[in-house]
Design a protein around this ligand. Sequence first.
Ligand code: FUB
Length: 340
Amino acid sequence: ATSGTAAPTTADSAAAPHYLSQPLLRGIYTADPSAHVFEDKIYIYPSHDIEAGIPENDNGDHFAMRDYHVLSLDSVGGKVTDHGVALDLKDIPWAGRQLWAPDAAFKNGTYYLYFPVKDKQDVFRLGVATSKSPSGPFKAAPQPIKGSYSIDPAVFTDTDGQAYLYFGGLWGGQLQRWKTGTYDPKAPDKEPAGHEPAVGARVARLTPGMTEFAGPAKEVVILDSLGKPLKASDNKHRFFEGGWLHKYQGKYYFSYSTGDTHLLVYATGTSPLGPFTYQGVVMKPVQGWTTHHSIVEFKGKWYIFYHDTQLSGKTWLRNVKVTELKRRPDGSIIPIDPAG
Ligand code: FUB
């Protein structure tokens, strides 16, 4: 089902010969999978890709998604359940167009869905919606989160209970237009000149109520091995979009897409607010322009959820996948070759 409130459907992915490299779902196109363990299952919060008939461009206008479906897995390798429409564009009072990559969190009996969508002035903002169930349906707050902008929200809740919202994406994600802290519609569509500092993702602490920023968002700084902030020209290492934070053995791992160089990479630090020092590649290029990922621990193993375009061959009709994430004894991530 692609619209309306679909009844849950299941696909027996266990039947696929190479589960860990096959699309998790075939009935609809899904991308940008944010995975979390809730109620002893893996819940995936993906984008729901559709053929909108809009010509392809670098601003991503053809990614004109209109709703979200939540997926769940009892086990990695088991059945994938599509819980149907969890939130529809028409039910978000302030939204204009383009429901892009969401994420979710849980606190005190409530599930929170964070999502980017362009407002009626065509500026990306982040919204929040709530539900008593991890699969929704979610009810959107009447206004975007104050102080939020750009795309790709990702929530990390630290062991002390403090939640952080990471966000931002270049080019069509509009992050380069927020250099001064206010939206500059005349700023370039792409990036600053190469000698200028790279544009960083943003991070904000969430209030205990989870629906607001506790203070202004700050830039996530990525340093090179000499301790210098990355430059905009360093497009094999600099942040582009799709940030994700996980903690492993007390260290904070900030991973992200490099966009036009098609990599997933990571940097580590001692605080969730950064700075982070660049470490290496998480995943080599997939089929498609780029991928978007999440990293989650489930029953003693670590997994990376990501997408490619295996089912359609079109960059805007993607399918989510999962594979195991392996590390060396020092905690460093062993790069994954999705073709290998
Ligand atoms: O799905 C739309 C956009 O494509 C996401 O927000 C980006 O991360 C990229 O995957």
